[in-house]
Design a protein around this ligand. Structure first.
Ligand code: ZN
Length: 143
């Protein structure tokens, strides 16, 4: 299934070639301080492929905090946060925000709370390498 998503204004758009069960998409409501403020709820499937197209890279704010191992791609025009990336041993991994999805029936989302507080940095990166989308392409549509 090809899942499409974007920020509110469309500056950051993505296509996710979902390899998992399309009727059971995990949706993890992260309880970190950033995600609480933004209502961040994330999904990923390790076998999937993510293609991101940014219309205007100048209108993407890349926000990091805490362990500084995850980069939140915030649209500077509309404020939505459609993707998070993490670079692990030279490879870019990503999760996408289920609130940014365009063509997924909300009943397909399997919502659950997620708490990664207190996770050691090494364990955190190992978990992302296992669970996050491992095939990520980010391109600029721009001039
Ligand atoms: Zn936007």
């Amino acid at each position: 299934m090809l899942i499409r998503g974007q920020c509110h204004c469309g500056n950051i758009a993505f296509a996710l070639d979902w390899k998992g069960d399309p009727g059971a998409i995990p949706a993890r409501a992260c309880d970190c301080t950033f995600c609480v403020k933004h209502g961040g709820v994330w999904t990923s499937h390790p076998g999937s492929r993510l293609s991101v197209v940014v219309a205007d890279p100048g209108l993407v704010s890349k926000y990091v905090f805490g362990t500084r191992t995850a980069t939140f791609h915030v649209c500077a025009r509309c404020g939505a946060v459609p993707i998070v990336t993490s670079e692990i041993e030279g490879r870019v991994y990503a999760v996408v925000n289920v609130n940014a999805l365009e063509n997924v029936d909300p009943s397909a989302l399997r919502r659950a709370a997620a708490s990664f507080d207190g996770e050691a940095p090494d364990a955190r990166l190992a978990r992302r390498a296992r669970n996050w989308i491992a095939d990520v392409r980010i391109a600029s549509a721009g001039r």
